[in-house]
Design a protein around this ligand. Structure first.
Ligand code: ZN
Length: 128
């Protein structure tokens, strides 16, 4: 008998979502530029509107499993007081944003019921 819980779960990379509001937007913009220059990750533009499960403004960057050990400690030390979600990219985005999520700072209440289970191709790291 195969127990699904013992099957290894494949991780195809990670997202970090950095949350901000009108007061912290400039800080988020600065952090985004620093990340783009320092970490060699794929950084998206600031998203001032709620998007998907994210109920407040955020920007996202994508990184590979190999980059995790550099990126996450860097974020621990340099997140400028902003709240950050780090989640893996498995085949279940709902779990990625809930039971597998790691938060730096305070968790944001995500709108999990609006999520689709699978990711679009552009949400994965280019190289993985
Ligand atoms: Zn994400």
């Amino acid at each position: 008998m195969t127990d699904p819980d013992t099957q290894p779960i494949k991780i195809d990379g990670y997202h970090a979502h950095v949350y901000y509001d009108t007061e912290t937007r400039r800080r988020a913009q600065r952090l985004r530029e620093t990340i783009a220059g320092a970490l060699g990750v794929e950084v998206r533009e600031l998203s001032d509107e709620p998007r998907g499960p994210h109920p407040v403004p955020q920007f996202r960057f994508t990184f590979t499993a190999a980059q995790f050990e550099n990126v996450v400690p860097w974020l621990m030390l340099n997140r400028e007081g902003l709240d950050v979600l780090v989640h893996p990219l498995t085949d279940n985005s709902y779990d990625d944003h809930s039971r597998y999520a790691v938060w730096l700072g305070s968790p944001v209440a995500l709108k999990l019921n609006t999520m689709r289970r699978t990711y679009r191709a552009e949400q994965y790291p280019t190289a993985r």
